[in-house]
Design a protein around this ligand. Sequence first.
Ligand SMILES: NC(=O)C1=CN([C@@H]2O[C@H](COP(=O)(O)OP(=O)(O)OC[C@H]3O[C@@H](n4cnc5c(N)ncnc54)[C@H](O)[C@@H]3O)[C@@H](O)[C@H]2O)C=CC1
Ligand SMILES: O=C(CO)COP(=O)(O)O
Length: 320
Amino acid sequence: MRIGIAGAGAFGSALAVTLARAGREVTLWARDEGAVQTMRDTRRAVRLPDVDLPAGIDPVSELSSLFSCDTILLALPAQVTRGFLEAHAGALSGRTLVACAKGLDLTTLTGQGAIVVESVPDAVPALLTGPSFAADIARGLPTALTLACPDDAAGRALQHDLSTPDLRLYRSTDLAGAELGGALKNVIAIACGACIGAGFGDSARAALMTRGFAEMQRLAAALGARPETLMGLSGFGDLVLTCSSELSRNYRYGLALGRHEDWDAATTVEGAHTARAVADLATKRGLDLPISAVTARMVAGELTPQQALETLINRPLKEE
Ligand SMILES: NC(=O)C1=CN([C@@H]2O[C@H](COP(=O)(O)OP(=O)(O)OC[C@H]3O[C@@H](n4cnc5c(N)ncnc54)[C@H](O)[C@@H]3O)[C@@H](O)[C@H]2O)C=CC1
Ligand SMILES: O=C(CO)COP(=O)(O)O
């Protein structure tokens, strides 16, 4: 069985590497022909320093090679997924499509699994998410993730197809919970980075993580997710990782905001878009999500971290 991966960025490449090391044949598609040629010539990942590509990986730039795979992992940035699927819905018909990005679509305010369902209705939709840095996966470090698939039988088959000796997949049928956990934790990670960057300390960060998790659960429940999914790898697990490690781009972006430092706009920071989407969802649904709201305003340049802190700490006192 050949597995296709759309997107040869850090995550797509890391997944390709662990799958190929475990003996799977992988077609790794990138839009950039130059990057594909480089990967073919050097057998190195373009977005992961010092990572060799095992022989089982075939880097391609022709979409026809990708579309010939029955199972395709979508490892493009979250704002790109919908356009890609809609543009190629016919060619992707009937495939198993595994969303791997972490973010809400800004135009429709939907998560990555829902985007698959809406864009290619006759595909088997699935989602791979949870605490994992691409660099860790590529190095063969042990990682556990959530594989969500509403079709339990298809999910069981996929779990076996995508698990490797280093990558342990736990099954779920809760697509909504899994997609929201992965998307929403990025917003809280930006807030935590800003908190540390501005010098507010570890205690304040712990408060942000805890109250941020409460916001994640509130929004996810309103959108039909199961509460226990948020308690798992895709929610709590990824929140802990991303809010506490400088390997996270979302966290580092927050650090830069807190320190008033420049940031390279070409770096993928999913939480910056998702913060706006969450603010829009909160307004539409009348939900109180104060940490996400001030994070969206910090990202937009409307609040400094100090002003964000004052906004949060001066809210009326309430029961936990
Ligand atoms: N890097 C990581 O540790 C992890 C990343 N993810 C998620 O995976 C998704 C992708 O992240 P990364 O691979 O890290 O990002 P990246 O920035 O390393 O790579 C993104 C790739 O998408 C390509 N791309 C951008 N726009 C495109 C378009 N319109 N059409 C085709 N290709 C396009 C870029 O050329 C690049 O190769 C994100 O949603 C991220 O949250 C999930 C888990 C871990
Ligand atoms: O999702 C991730 C870890 O699980 C990667 O985090 P960043 O996108 O913040 O680097």
